[in-house]
Design a protein around this ligand. Structure first.
Ligand SMILES: [Zn+2]
Length: 324
């Protein structure tokens, strides 16, 4: 940072700028250091890198760097999977990509409409942005509200971030880019539309937020039954490596099994509680078993999930009682 500052100072001297220019340069240099996400691409397979985020909630300290992004240098351009939580994240991701490959960006995929996965879009050419049709609609409808919410939680990291809606709808099925044979999987359950990308060439599955690893799943737009079915589809790919939306890369399918176990427990807990006629306060107070508690943020996410999902579980229990 010292170097940048000195360069800025000498440029100011060259331009004959008064101390006001120095102040701006100092502030810019300090800013660059303070808002550095420290993104490090980790090579996980041939031509394939992942940038792993922290297993935390959004804070002003992490700036929203809680998400995994990934990219594949196909030989005919880079395919980018998700763009992160802010304009700054997108710019720093683009710089991280350029640090390992000279290939230009060919395609940028937004896996779903949650803000930590698309708010970096601004840094990429808009005509390269792709998503499933329901994701495009979701970003257009709710993107600004999500961005405002993230600004409240992450603060100045978000400065200058604006929603860019992907213009290109993506269809499920085979997708050949350069030397890589991908399969686009149009699934749902975490949200209405969740895009997973399986790279047949390397055996890497980019599972989006359908899979969380060592970090409890979030459920504000979840349908647990659909989500569990989607996990079956992901498992059927037989992928050698699974890149979850959050948490470390999984080499043995363990992340899919862990997500299934967590969601199965959550579904049973909510349904049993509804059958017993518990009210929401009682459900919130239920103990979380040790096997679930060891997953990062499990107790906090369980409570959020009760708020998101328990009213519907109660409705289903009432409907079942009406049929008896
Ligand atoms: Zn999500």
């Amino acid at each position: 940072m010292k170097k940048i500052l000195m360069l800025a100072l000498s440029l100011c001297a060259l331009a004959g700028l008064a101390p006001a220019g120095v102040t701006v340069a100092t502030a810019l240099a300090a800013d660059a250091g303070r808002f550095d996400y420290g993104l490090r691409p980790e090579r996980i397979a041939e031509n394939t890198w992942v940038v792993v985020g922290r297993r935390e909630d959004f804070t002003t300290e992490n700036g929203g760097n809680i998400v995994n992004t990934a990219f594949v240098a196909t030989g005919a351009g880079v395919v980018v999977i998700d763009t992160g939580s802010s304009k700054r994240y997108g710019e720093q991701l683009l710089a991280a990509i350029a640090s390992v490959t000279d290939e230009p960006v060919a395609m940028v995929l937004n896996t779903h409409f949650h803000p930590d996965h698309f708010l970096g879009n601004q840094a990429f050419p808009a005509d390269r942005l792709f998503a499933l049709p329901a994701t495009i609609r979701g970003i257009a409808a709710d993107g600004n509200a999500f961005a405002e919410n993230l600004y409240r939680m992450s603060g100045d990291w978000m400065r200058g971030t604006e929603v860019v809606v992907p213009p290109n709808p993506l269809a499920p099925g085979p997708l050949r880019v350069g030397r890589h044979d991908f399969e686009v999987l149009a699934l749902g359950g975490h949200t209405e539309a969740d895009l997973a990308l399986y790279d047949r060439t390397t055996g890497v599955l980019f599972a989006s937020d359908l899979v969380f690893n060592e970090r409890a799943p979030t459920t504000p737009h979840a349908h647990l039954g659909n989500w569990l079915s989607a996990l079956d589809r992901l498992e059927a790919t037989g992928a050698a490596l699974v890149v979850p939306g959050h948490g470390p890369v999984s080499r043995d399918g363990g992340a899919i099994a862990q997500t299934r176990a967590y969601l199965g427990w959550l579904e049973r807990t909510l349904n049993d509680a509804a059958e017993r006629g518990l009210d929401m306060t009682e459900v919130l107070a239920l103990p979380v078993p040790a096997s679930i508690r060891r997953i990062a943020l499990a107790e906090a996410e369980y409570r959020r999930s009760v708020v998101h999902l328990y009213p519907a579980a109660e409705q289903r229990a009432l409907a079942r009682a009406g049929q008896r």
